[in-house]
Structure formats: C-alpha cells, structure tokens
Design a protein around this ligand. Structure first.
Ligand code: UD1
Length: 437
C-alpha cells in the first residue's frame, strides 16, 4: 500500500524533538557485528526503513537479529551466519550488500554480491571498493549478475583512495580489521560516522588508529568478539530539523543535537542569519524576528559542509534576501529536486560550472552541480513525487513552510532514513495527514 502525506503549510515550528542514532552509522555497524561470532548489541537505534532492510539482508544470510524498536536496541547474532551469497533480491541496495564482503570473506573465504546491470561503475560506482579488495589480495570476478570475491585470508596493504569515499573507507576498514598484517587507507573519509564505526571495531578487539592527513591504520588481529555499542546521534536529522525551525521562523530545541558534529553546519546557518543556543543536552534553533541572508558555500567531505545538509539549506536560502550559491562537490547530480521547489515559487537555477568556490572534479563534465538561489520567495503548496531520501525531507520542509496544501507521494524514501518524522513534525505544530492508498 502506498502512503502519502498531505501537508497544510504555513506553520512556525515550536517545541522540542529528540534526535536518534545516525542512519549512516547504524547500518554499517549492523554489518560489522558479523565480524565476530556471538551476539553484539547496538543501542540508540533509529526506527527507520534502512534498519529493516539491513536486518532482512542479515537474516537472509542466516543471522539472528532482534530489533526492539521502542527501546532502540538491536541484537545481532553473527555466529549463525550460514551462507556467503547475498540473495539477488537485494541487488538494488548496493550500498548495504557490498559492505558485507569483508565479513563474508573472513568467514567463508568467498562472498557473492548481486549487482544489477553488471558494471556498477555508472551512477553509483563501487570501483574504489573493488580495487581496495584486490589490493588486500582478494580475487574479484563479475559474472551471472553478481560480483564474486574470493581470498583465503586478506593481507594488509597500503591503499590510496582516489576520493575520500565514505562507503569504501568503511568497507576496507572492516575487511582490514581481520586481515593478516597492517593496512593503511590513505585519502580516506573521516566522517564522524566512520569514527563511530572505528570505535565499535576497537570495542570488538580491533587495533585501529586515525593518523594525520586522512589516513587510517588498521593492524589486523586474528579474531574479534561481540560488543555493546551506542550509535552516535544523527547529525543529518539534527541539521534538517534545525533548518526547518529557522526557515519557518520557529523556535525548536533539538535534544541530542551534538555541536561537535555540527560545527561546520552551525557556522553556515549563522552566516545565513539563523540563530542557535548551545545547551548541555542539545541545541535550541530559532528564526523568529530574524532576517535571513544569502550565502555562497560549497559542499565537501568532512570536515566540510556535508552534502546531505545541502538540500535543507537550499530551502532555507529560498527565504534569504539576495542571491545564494551552492556548489556541490561530492555528488555530480544532487540538484534534481529543485524543479519541484521552483513549481512552489522558488527561483533556483542550476549550472554546469563550478560556481562560488574552487574548481572540483566535476568541472567541464557537463554535470549540473552548482545552484543559484534568488530570494526571498514565498512558497505555495504543490503536489510532489519524492525522488530520494534527502530531497524528500526537503520537500516536507518546503511543504510545512509553504502557504496552502501540499501532497507528497513516494514518502517511503523519507521513512527509510528519518525516525518517526511525521510524529516529530506534528509535535512541533505542523499539520500532516498520512493517507494510505
Ligand atoms: C555516504 C552516505 C551519504 C553521503 C555520502 C557522502 C551512507 C549510507 N550514505 O554514501 O548519505 O551523502 O556518504 O558523505 O552512509 N565514488 C566512486 N567510486 C566508489 C565509491 C564512491 O566514484 O567506489 C564516488 C561517488 O560516486 C560520490 C563520491 O565518491 O561521488 C562519494 O561517495 P561515497 O562517500 O562513497 O558515498 P556513500 O558511502 O555511498
């Protein structure tokens, strides 16, 4: 049954919400639990679709998984892992199955990961993952719609990533934890969610250190043991609600918003005229009586402005006076969602050029990766089909901000990544009706 949200906009959000564990950490940590025989426990687990999908993938491999959504705990029994072959039905979710390779290789000496369309070196490439596994000594072949990895035991090596990919860093870090010898991953990603994964691996018995200049050093050990780990809070959820508070001229306390992991975001929010008070247990965000200002910013890998903060920020900038520029340097194609905002009354144009910052690796490749936003523009309600997770949340913020009624379809994308999103918005005063069709 498809669900849709009917939003009556124009609300100033007021009140308090609590942030849960990070989507981008918890799914990888569920996979990491497979590296040890026995039951690992994760706490502060968000109640989101991606956790369910990852649970199903793990169960399909024979693992026992107990999820107590109300308590926010997950217990994963890695000892019952019974097959190295990820079923084909999960081939569309290439981020999760490809991360299984390390644990499966260590347990079975081989791993089979289905990948529809074969090469996978298109829109959502996995070439860094494949090259990394080859450097660690695995044989990688593609046939019958799947990647086939084999290795008696992975061997530590030095890997330099062409770009600090989050997924490739996590994948190779997990694989290196049980490899023979020491692995160095250079030009690696250092996002807080990766540090959280490293903390879990260390608690499981790994020897893992973060060196200067984006380098992780992992000294392989012979075995790992289960651990009990609290997932770090979701900095994307926190920033998304922060923007919602400021853009609607509201006042919201976000319990669990962590200043350390929001440092860059908070600076940009303040430059754009949003305000916040840091408290011991969270951050209060407010936009009431404030004039929003245009900014020129570019997204980047950590500690830069995170690409997943880009979409909510653009909504905010539609309400700022003047011309703002956002240069997206992490993904080549992350502005598709602005068309719907323009239908709501925004003035946003997207360009191939590297605007508002340094040239990036997408220069001259024809990717529309810079946006110019003219504001302020009042938004009006519209019918919107959600194209992906982060854009989906932005549509929801835009709908809450807009005058009149909006209808959002494809809301499963939002629910894959945001914990109890409708309840949280409603508790802040937004009018959202959920309709099942
Ligand atoms: C993760 C996050 C996502 C976030 C992104 C960047 C999860 C579940 N998702 O995605 O929310 O936006 O990090 O912070 O954690 N690339 C290659 N070859 C590869 C791998 C990546 O070219 O083998 C490219 C990608 O196309 C992209 C860039 O590297 O342009 C960054 O991708 P990556 O950091 O790997 O993103 P994900 O781990 O998929």
């Amino acid at each position: 049954m498809a669900r849709k949200y009917i939003v009556e906009g124009g609300t100033n959000l007021q009140g308090e919400i609590t942030i849960r564990g990070a989507k981008n950490a918890v799914t990888k940590e569920m996979v990491a639990a497979l590296l040890a025989p026995g039951v690992s426990r994760l706490r502060n687990v968000p109640d989101i679709g991606d956790v369910d999908i990852t649970r199903r993938v793990l169960e399909s491999l024979g693992c026992g998984v107990r999820h107590d959504a109300a308590a926010g705990t997950l217990e994963i029994d890695g000892s019952t892992l019974s097959t190295p072959e990820v079923p084909a039905e999960y081939s569309g979710l290439n981020r999760i199955p490809i991360l299984m390779v390390g644990p499966l290789l260590h347990r079975f000496g081989r791993a089979v990961v289905p990948m529809m369309g074969g090469c996978g070196i298109g829109e959502r490439p996995i070439d860094f993952h494949l090259q990394g596994f080859e450097s660690l000594g695995a044989k990688v072949e593609y046939h019958d719609g799947a990647y086939h990895f084999s290795a008696e035991r992975l061997t530590g090596t030095r890997i330099t990533l062409p770009f600090p990919s989050v997924g490739a860093t996590e994948n190779l870090m997990m694989a290196a934890a049980l490899a023979h010898g020491t692995t160095e991953i250079r030009n690696a990603a250092i996002e807080p969610e990766i540090v959280d994964l490293a903390l879990l691996l260390q608690a499981m018995g790994a020897i893992i250190s973060q060196e200067t200049d984006r380098t992780w050093v992992i000294q392989g050990v012979d075995s790992l043991r289960p651990a009990d780990h609290r997932v770090l809070n979701d900095r994307i959820e926190a920033a998304s609600f922060a923007v919602s508070a400021v853009a609607t001229g509201g006042d919201v306390f976000i319990r669990g918003a962590d200043q350390l992991h929001l440092l860059t975001f908070l600076n940009w929010l303040r430059r754009a005229g949003g305000e916040f008070d840091v408290k011991p247990d969270g951050i209060r965000f407010y936009g009431r009586d404030r004039k929003l200002k245009s900014i020129a910013a570019e997204t980047g890998v950590h500690p830069g402005l995170m690409t997943d903060w880009q979409q909510p920020l653009v909504i905010l900038l539609t309400q700022a006076t003047g011309m703002s520029v956002i240069h997206e340097t992490v993904y080549e194609n992350r502005f598709g969602y602005v068309e719907a905002l323009n239908r709501m009354g925004a003035h946003i144009q997207v360009f191939d050029e590297c605007l508002g910052g340094k040239d990036c690796r997408f220069r001259h490749l024809g990717h529309r990766h810079s946006a110019v936003i003219l504001g302020p523009t009042p938004l009006r309600g519209a019918e919107m089909e959600i194209p992906d997770l982060r854009a989906g949340f932005s549509y929801l913020v835009a709908a809450v901000l807009a005058k009149g009624k909006s209808t959002l379809t494809g809301v499963r994308y939002i629910e894959r990544g945001y914990d109890h999103v409708v309840e949280k918005f409603r508790s802040l005063g937004a009018s959202i009706e959920v309709v099942e069709e």
